[in-house]
Design a protein around this ligand. Structure first.
Ligand code: C2E
Ligand code: CA
Ligand code: CA
Length: 592
């Protein structure tokens, strides 16, 4: 609009001037302005007021001394109407101090009549500046409406968000309350959504949600009330629900039919099964937030139990709510950068040199503090979030390795733990390859996979691991001794090390036969051409026993606890310095 007016419409100028001659003089000075000027002249306070009331002006030029009106009084009147319209004072007699006074009272400029050549540049400058001020205001308004959109809509999909859903629901609840009616809040958890986002990218995940929302919209009378509560949570409201909940069952039926067809995204097909959680107003709550929370709890329960739908019931206990809260926090932990990797060194026996690091994930939750993986990995597994988080761990470890290489020479390899959901994923190979793609040198990342996991599906494991080894990634069997491997299978697995489970190390010197058991595992490793690595070594006695048994490497609190990479980098730098000082044959660090 502003651009249009500056192109075509004439500049609306209000001239406060009593003398016809002076008016002509002023207009003559302005004749070479690029835009045409539509001038209106007034010479009394009354006429000025009327003109200001009548329409919006682009600029006011005023004489300083009129018989019926002073320039400063005119200025005051103009400012009362519009604080920002440019006001230029023109005067024959004005002294410096009067001019300064006028500027202070809000005039934009003043021009002496004997230097009228200044008028045109002043006029043009004031117009230009006033327009950009106005454009700035328009920009600010646009920004405000963007912020408003942000507050009410999911940025990625344009769907209404939780805040907006709750606002709409409040209106519908009020309406139902007035009519003594019931309504249902239905929350739909889209199973497999997290996996799709993890593999095909977040954008694909968003796209699927948009498609899913469109299908839901075609089934409801309240399409406007559909919202995205969370990455994989949609919500709708169903009105006209009666005691036998007919409308809800009908909706669920239509939903399951509507989701039977696959979702297609760049030639790939994805199947989503929604788990529905339902909370009824007023039975399950009269407050909006409680209704939504209860419907979410029911959806989470349905999802966990593979039920297509569940009505909220009071038996869905505090535990559900806690678990749900944990799940929701975990969903955001990646976005909010709350995961960190700690590194624990493995050292060679007997030389004590750092032979590698194991990356161990920690969750730095603002609400819960530092959370250990045993508490949240199972939740990540169940929700499918493990795929995305696991990919992050690989990328982060590769990044940290690169940063280490900038600080020290001969940086050892980093081992990353892999869990069921990751290994089972059909794109596991490409997830690993992608994470390592950034590393310039040959990727120095290895994987640790638990014995029981490998043995569950041995043929598939063998094929996958062989492919991964092609990428230059070494594989260790983790928690060895707990998974009942058959020797025949062990020999076929493309792995390079066995990590003896901490439990066996902890009891090797106290349990009868404990030492023998560890000895057998070490011998087994060696006979298969694999390295033996002991986990959880806490005492010097254990270390000494392991040395005698010919164990190759060890890891545990005796050597070092898991620590953030900055601390480990220091350790590594010290190790590197020592390497350069000692002769190649002498061990650089005696065993403790
Ligand atoms: P794990 O692979 O058996 O890792 C070794 C665990 O033993 C770590 O616990 C480590 O901190 C602990 N540990 C090391 N030395 C000693 C010691 O001398 N004494 C004792 N008592 N404990 C020791 P953490 O960090 O709590 O990790 C627990 C498990 O969580 C790991 O067991 C691993 O299976 C899993 N995990 C950790 N990070 C990741 C990850 O990034 N991805 C996946 N999928 N799993 C992970
Ligand atoms: Ca491990
Ligand atoms: Ca272990």
């Amino acid at each position: 609009m502003i651009d249009d007016s500056s192109m075509t419409a004439p500049v609306q100028m209000l001239l406060v001037e009593d003398s016809q001659d002076d008016s002509l003089l002023i207009m003559h000075r302005l004749r070479s302005n690029e835009e045409p000027i539509a001038m209106t002249r007034v010479d009394t306070a009354f006429a000025l007021e009327e003109a200001l009331e009548a329409k919006a002006w682009d600029i006011v030029v005023s004489d300083y001394h009129l018989p019926m009106l002073s320039g400063l009084a005119a200025l005051e009147i103009v400012r009362r109407h519009d604080a920002e319209i440019p006001f230029i004072l023109v005067s024959a007699t004005v002294g410096e101090e009067v001019a300064v006074d006028a500027m202070r009272s809000g005039a934009n400029d003043y021009v002496m009549k004997n230097k009228l050549a200044r008028l045109l540049p002043a006029f043009q400058r004031e117009l230009r500046e006033s327009r950009s001020r106005r454009a700035g205001r328009v920009e600010r308004d646009a920004q405000r409406s963007r912020i408003d959109r942000l507050a009410h809509f999911d940025l990625a999909t344009g769907l209404a968000n939780r805040a907006s859903f709750e606002e709409n629901l409040a209106v519908l609840v009020q309406d139902a309350a007035a009519k003594g009616a019931m309504l249902a809040v239905v929350v739909m958890q889209l199973d497999r959504h997290a996996t799709i986002s993890g593999v095909a990218g977040r954008h694909a995940g968003d796209e699927i949600v948009v498609q899913a929302a469109a299908r839901v919209a075609s089934l409801t009378h309240e399409p406007a009330a559909i919202a995205r509560l969370d990455a994989d949570l949609l919500a709708v409201v169903i009105r006209r629900v009666d005691a036998n909940r007919e409308a809800v069952y009908a909706f669920q039926q239509r939903m399951s039919i509507a989701f039977r067809a696959a979702f297609v995204l760049s030639a790939c097909e994805y199947r989503l099964t929604p788990s529905l959680g339902i909370a009824i107003y007023p039975d399950d709550g009269t407050e909006v937030q409680i209704l939504v929370r209860n419907a979410e709890a029911a959806a989470a329960r349905a999802h966990a139990g593979s039920d297509p739908y569940l009505f909220y019931s009071r038996q869905m206990t505090v535990r559900d709510a806690e678990r749900l809260a944990l799940e929701n926090r975990l969903r955001h932990a990646l976005d909010r950068d709350e995961f960190v990797l700690h590194y624990q060194p493995k050292v060679g026996i007997p030389d004590g040199r750092i032979a590698g690091f194991e990356a161990l994930i920690r969750w730095q939750s603002p609400e819960l503090g530092l959370v250990h993986p045993d508490q949240f990995i199972p939740v990540l597994e169940e929700t499918g979030l493990i795929v995305e988080v696991g990919a992050w761990v690989l990328r982060q470890a590769a990044l940290d390795h690169r940063r280490w290489c900038e600080r020290a020479a001969n940086v050892p390899r980093i081992a990353v733990n892999v869990s069921v959901g990751q290994l089972r994923h059909r794109d596991f190979m490409s997830i690993v390859a992608e994470a390592l793609a950034g590393t310039r040198a040959s990727p120095a990342i290895d994987l640790e996979i638990t014995e029981s996991l490998l043995m569950e599906n041995i043929e598939e494991s063998i094929a996958k691991l062989a492919a991964i080894r092609e990428l230059g990634v070494g594989i260790s069997i983790d928690d060895f001794g707990t998974g009942h491997s058959s020797l025949a299978y062990l020999a076929r697995l493309p792995v390079s090390a066995l990590k003896i489970e901490r439990l066996f190390i902890a009891t090797m010197l106290t349990d009868p036969g404990g030492r023998k058991l560890v000895a057998t595992m070490i011998d087994l490793a060696h006979s298969l051409g694999l390295k033996a690595i002991a986990e959880g070594v806490e005492t010097a006695q254990q270390a000494e026993a392991l040395r005698r048994l010919g164990c190759d490497e060890m890891q545990g609190y005796l050597v070092g606890r898991p620590a953030p990479w900055q601390e480990t980098a220091t350790l590594l730098a010290a190790d590197g310095v020592r390497r350069r000082e000692v002769s190649p044959v002498a061990p650089s660090r005696a065993l403790p």
